[in-house]
Design a protein around this ligand. Sequence first.
Ligand code: BDR
Ligand code: CA
Length: 307
Amino acid sequence: ATPILFDCDPGHDDAIALVMAHRSPAIKLLGVTTTCGNAEVEKTTANTLRILEFIGAGDVPVAQGCHRPLARPLVLGTADGPSGLEGSPYLPQATIKPVKQHAVDFLADTLRASPEPILVVATGPLTNIGLLILKHRDVLPKIRELIWMGGVFYRRSEIITPTEFNAFCDPEALKIVLDSSVPILMVGLDVTMQVLIEAPQYAELATIDTPLGRLVNDWLLFYEKLHRNSMGVGGAMHDPLVLALAIDPTLVRTRPAHIGVNLSGSYAFGATVADFWGERGEQDNARIAHEVDADRFFKLMFDLLRD
Ligand code: BDR
Ligand code: CA
């Protein structure tokens, strides 16, 4: 199994990714670190613990991370409601606790202790990872690759924004990560908006008649409201797709590019810009995903949610 460290801000789609990470035999989940984003970090930590305990993963270490972006005030996501995980009133509060260490130091110690480089999966703003790079430079060679849900590159007709939330929330952290020479795979909104929960996916989920299946269904019904109201589509499986790539990297096609992030301006603040042709004379600093096999992704996701 591939050892991974998972940095997230649950968040309904992060929550489903977390369940998949624990249940996949292809993954060894070494620890989960939390960041602010979809909700305040205390809430994303509480949600992480609730989910892990519910799925019988109470032994996975959880370390709480940064409470605000590196250089600007916290802007919360709007899709997941005030708790960050609305729609699950029957999911109990956890009895398990986070470790005492801060996420950034937990990540560093875990990377340092590993004989092999580790895959880091990040599905929230990059504040913890940016700070890890600033504080613990010695462990960077231990990051095999960072797979991150963030940015938006190819303008597709249903994409109505030049910015993506995780990039917009902490663009300075993203800049630090992009400049770090850590290998990065970015999976942008234009790709994750191609894996939507619509009628066929709800029908599939309805066949999973377990407490977990019903919980995920409840989450999705809440989570899809924003997508349905603003764009007329079902809930996008942004973070589950990113986690799925730790299991099967062939679900997307990728291409290398130099990625920049816009740190000024108003409407395009936080926008990610890809230079595919080396026009700026900069070295490629990431690979970006640009096509996804949605059918195979959904099969993988539902197989992991099924017992
Ligand atoms: C990203 O932002 C959050 O709302 C989701 O959890 C996902 O990580 C999509 O822009
Ligand atoms: Ca997220």
